[in-house]
Design a protein around this ligand. Structure first.
Ligand code: DQA
Length: 150
């Protein structure tokens, strides 16, 4: 099976950006971790990052067209983007998406406690760092196996 992993604004700055909150791993480190774990599960990963809302929306459209499950860390757009929510709603109606945040957004600024994505997500993983991405990929792989689709 294939899974789309979509990363939003500023996640390309991981490793340098607020390391006390986000840790030392770069996005490339996280990508490698996820690809390695996914390969062990027989899962192919389509990985993307963009700082541009429209590119994230188009990635969600591609996933919806191909009926791919999505793992998404939308960064700050999580809290603000109706347009990204609308694009992911199509994914939610199909293979589904899991919302991931490296940090525990609920233990941070009040404006991070609101997500425009969570209520239509299959699940939400916050605060587990890079392991959250891996857990999300594992969920989809196991769910597909249960249906005999993997
Ligand atoms: C984040 C949390 C968001 O609030 C923030 O804007 C990010 C990263 C996380 O992974 O913890 O850019 O999505």
């Amino acid at each position: 099976m294939r899974i789309s992993v979509i990363n939003g604004p500023n996640l390309n700055r991981l490793g340098r950006r607020e390391p006390d909150i986000y840790g030392a791993a770069t996005l490339a480190d996280i990508e490698k971790l996820v690809r390695d774990k996914a390969a062990g599960l027989g899962v192919e990963v389509e990985w993307m990052q963009s700082n541009h809302e429209g590119e994230l929306i188009e990635a969600a459209h591609r996933a919806a067209d191909e009926n791919l499950p999505v793992v998404v860390n939308a960064g700050g757009l999580t809290h603000t983007s109706v347009a990204l929510r609308d694009a992911l709603a199509e994914v939610a109606d199909g293979a589904g998406f899991i919302e991931v945040h490296l940090s525990n957004v609920h233990a941070r600024d009040p404006f991070r406690h609101t997500s425009l994505l969570s209520d239509i997500a299959r699940g939400v993983i916050v605060g587990l760092g890079p392991c959250g991405y891996v857990a999300a990929v594992e969920h989809f792989a196991h769910a597909a196996n249960q249906k005999g689709l993997a």
